[in-house]
Design a protein around this ligand. Structure first.
Ligand code: UDP
Ligand code: MG
Length: 332
């Protein structure tokens, strides 16, 4: 039989002390089952990324790693958000495995979809997107906002796979190319398709969180959508230019009308309409400036080239806080 791929499951965790003890055994169980079925190597691992949690999450991960060699953990030095946590895990896994699957740690994404993801990989796909087939367990509001999110994203030029979140298989080969995308504003869903390579989709049903509560309220989701659009596309700027053209034309017609009225000597009750026009245009100009400002701000952030994540410790490395004392000063 041909060599089997080494799989690393990448799991971002932020303040998940309630759910982690429930879902961690599910992930290791899945590794075992996939290895037993001969689909992946027995050397596969589950990599938990602690995203600067303020609760006991990192402690739980460390304990799990101590007891089970299949569990590994990395810890970010502070909370950087879901996207950066996934990225940190993927980059960490990239040179140590053949394939990665990123998945939330709350048990919402059906881990049984991993079987089909691996099958698709074995059949030649380099990226396999997990796509939600139904949203029955979500509230009407969450479903509506989430689906509007995908529509808006696509309308505004950020091409994303409909109803696909961050549950996906990516091969190490694709990740190595992905590593060349050096931008700081990360929106994985929009960036992964840009890397290219053959891809496939696997459908699954999303369940409710096993415990704890969501960290993605409407405000964060809107921020993610806005970040996605401005990181991936300049369509809003094009739209603004279009608006500008239309409003300039309207302004021109109004101007001609005003001149004609003046020549004909009609009294023009001008004050109200003038104020209305000034207000309207003022508002539009402000919105436009705001959007353009977003892009300028992004350019500013990108120009700093700050590290996108910082890993403060790894379960497989010894903590070296007093290195000098143990090893002596260099050169002695
Ligand atoms: N998460 C993270 N950093 C954050 C927020 C969330 O790593 O700042 C993780 C979280 O632990 C979970 C995943 O991202 O594994 C998705 O978050 P959540 O379940 O809260 O979002 P929802 O599923 O409600 O959209
Ligand atoms: Mg969740």
């Amino acid at each position: 039989m041909s060599a089997r791929p080494v799989l690393w499951i990448v799991i971002p965790c932020y303040n998940e002390e309630q759910v982690l003890p429930l879902t961690a055994p599910l992930f290791t169980g899945k590794l075992e089952q996939l290895a037993a079925a001969g689909k992946i190597s027995p050397n596969s691992r589950a990599l938990f990324v602690n995203d600067g949690s303020s609760d006991r999450t990192w402690e739980i991960i460390r304990n799990l790693a101590e007891r089970d060699e299949r569990v590994l953990g990395i810890c970010q030095s502070r909370n950087r958000g879901h996207q950066n946590a996934v990225l940190a895990g993927l980059m960490e896994a990239m040179d140590r495995c053949d394939i990665t699957i990123s998945i939330d740690c709350d048990g919402q994404d059906d881990i049984n979809a991993m079987d089909e993801m691996v099958d698709q990989y074995l059949q030649g796909a380099e990226v396999v997107y997990g796509v939600r087939s139904r949203r029955d367990t979500d509230t009407w509001f969450k479903r509506f906002t989430a689906e509007s999110f995908y529509r808006l994203m696509n309308r505004l030029g950020a091409e994303v796979v409909f109803n696909h979140a961050d549950y996906r298989l990516i091969s190490a080969k694709v990740l190595r190319h992905f590593a060349d995308f050096e931008e700081v504003n990360i929106f994985l869903r929009g960036l992964v398709p840009l890397v290219g390579f053959p891809s496939a989709q696997v459908y699954y049903e999303r369940a409710e969180r096993l415990a704890g509560k969501s960290h993605y309220p409407l405000k964060k989701m809107l921020a993610l959508a806005f970040n996605g659009i401005t990181s991936l596309s300049i369509k809003p700027i094009t739209l603004i230019t279009g608006f500008g053209v239309v409003f300039s034309l309207v302004g021109l017609i109004l101007m001609i009308w005003a001149v004609v009225e003046a020549i004909l000597g009609h009294t023009v009750a001008g004050w109200a309409s003038t104020v209305c026009i000034i207000c309207l245009l003022g508002g539009i100009q402000l919105i436009s400036l705001g959007v353009i400002g977003q892009y300028v701000g992004k350019t500013y952030l990108e120009s700093k080239r700050r590290p996108r994540y910082i890993i403060s410790s790894r379960t497989w490395e010894k903590e070296e806080r007093h290195w000098l004392e143990e090893n002596g000063p260099e050169g002695t």
